[in-house]
Design a protein around this ligand. Structure first.
Ligand SMILES: Nc1ncnc2c1ncn2[C@@H]1O[C@H](COP(=O)(O)OP(=O)(O)OP(=O)(O)O)[C@@H](O)[C@H]1O
Ligand SMILES: [Mg+2]
Length: 369
């Protein structure tokens, strides 16, 4: 549905600061997909969306929507913003306070250049979209008389009213409190599924991205550093940045002992000993490598349970935090290194105990560093 190829947009840098923007971003979004751009503040998420929407002219690259070229740097072709069949909800969703709920949602139809809408068309489309977001009963109200969550839904209705081919959502839930956020997130997903509208969702909140997306592109400093399903990104991070940005993890450094082919098991001589790891990409002998292992994938074992075996480290529990269905253990690996483990709380392990921790090789992921 959408193809973004080698997109470059470099902003003028202020004196002494690095230039912001995006520097060669490529991805495709499938029809009906919920695709998320995830990354820390300033990584280029809004820039990418603005280029797709036509609010910003890229330096080079190309963007096509439904096989129609929207921008092509090589041939200087550019389709103006209002001629692109795209709906957008901005980071600070702008609801017009001097208009009613109905007029806010009707606005894109009234100003449409692509198609003329009759009064009946407008009434019908707006009612439909307001119904969808649960605001039909407020349609005659002034937009200022809506709560934050309702204004948010109105912004969404306005973006959807023309039934765009592509919906762009720039941190649409950032102004809401935690509870409403979660509720709206589910609501958004429902609307997206019901309408089947292809959506690009922007957030810096990894939990939100995991919950809502079919696929996630992780951005860092204007570069796309990984692209995959939420499971892939979480289970097989390809860089230290992604591993640390997505969820909590343990990370240690070392060197690769032997050549490890992509998809194979290999051994890392690390700061906590020799550890067998899964290698998602090929690495050569002697190369610097890190490995990551998620706290919930580590198994706690008794120190008296026979010989330690491979991939087992030993230490002392310094802290145990009870979290209900799970407990979180901080383990001091004899002075220098800490290991975070999440394990069932009923195993009797408590602060001060010596324990062993087993790092399952298939869940211990080597990363080029
Ligand atoms: N008009 C502009 N002029 C100069 N620099 C800009 C401009 N717009 C954005 N930038 C810079 O480009 C970089 C990317 O900005 P962008 O707005 O895309 O970030 P973002 O990922 O959306 O961040 P956030 O999560 O904070 O919204 C930032 O370093 C920003 O300072
Ligand atoms: Mg932004």
């Amino acid at each position: 549905m959408l193809r973004v190829q080698d997109l470059f947009k470099r902003y003028q840098a202020q004196a002494g600061e690095p230039a912001g923007g995006v520097f060669g971003v490529t991805f495709e979004v499938k029809k009906g997909e919920m695709f998320t751009l995830l990354g820390p503040s300033g990584c280029g998420k809004t820039t990418t969306l603005r280029c797709i929407a036509g609010l910003e002219t890229p330096d080079t690259g190309s963007i096509s929507l439904d096989n129609e070229v929207m921008f092509d740097g090589a041939s200087d072709k550019i389709v103006q913003m209002y001629d692109r069949d795209i709906g957008m909800v901005f980071q600070s969703y702008a609801i017009w306070p001097h208009m009613t709920v109905f007029e806010n949602a009707a606005y894109p139809l009234r100003v449409s250049r692509r198609k003329k809408y009759t009064r009946e068309d407008i009434e019908k489309s707006v009612d439909h979209v307001l119904e969808m977001v649960g605001l039909l009963k407020f349609k005659r109200r002034s937009a200022t008389q809506l709560s934050g969550g309702q204004q948010q839904r109105l912004a969404l209705a306005r973006a959807l009213v023309r039934e765009p081919k592509l919906l762009l959502l720039d941190e649409p839930l950032s102004n809401l409190d935690a509870q409403l956020r979660e509720q709206m997130r589910a609501e958004l997903k429902r609307i997206q599924l019901e309408w089947g509208v292809t959506t690009i969702y922007v957030t810096h909140d990894q939990a939100e991205a995991m919950a809502i997306s079919d696929r996630i592109a992780v951005l860092d400093h204007g570069l796309m550093v990984q692209l995959g399903t939420p499971d892939e990104i979480y289970e097989l991070p390809r860089s230290e940045f992604v591993a640390n940005f997505i969820g909590r993890t343990n990370m240690f450094r070392g060197q690769c002992i032997n050549v490890a082919e992509a998809g194979s098991m290999g051994t890392v001589r690390s700061e906590i000993g020799d550890v067998r790891c899964h290698f998602p990409a090929k690495l050569g002998a002697g190369e610097n490598v890190s490995f990551v292992v998620r706290p919930e994938n580590i198994q706690l074992r008794d120190v008296n349970g026979g010989p330690a075996g491979d991939n087992v480290v030993e230490g002392k529990i310094t802290n145990r935090v009870y979290l209900g269905e799970i407990a979180e253990y901080s383990i001091d690996l004899d002075g220098k290194f800490q290991l975070l483990v999440r394990a069932p709380p009923g195993n009797g392990a408590k602060a001060g105990d010596r324990v062993r921790a087993y790092l399952p090789p298939e869940k211990t992921i080597a990363i080029f560093s």
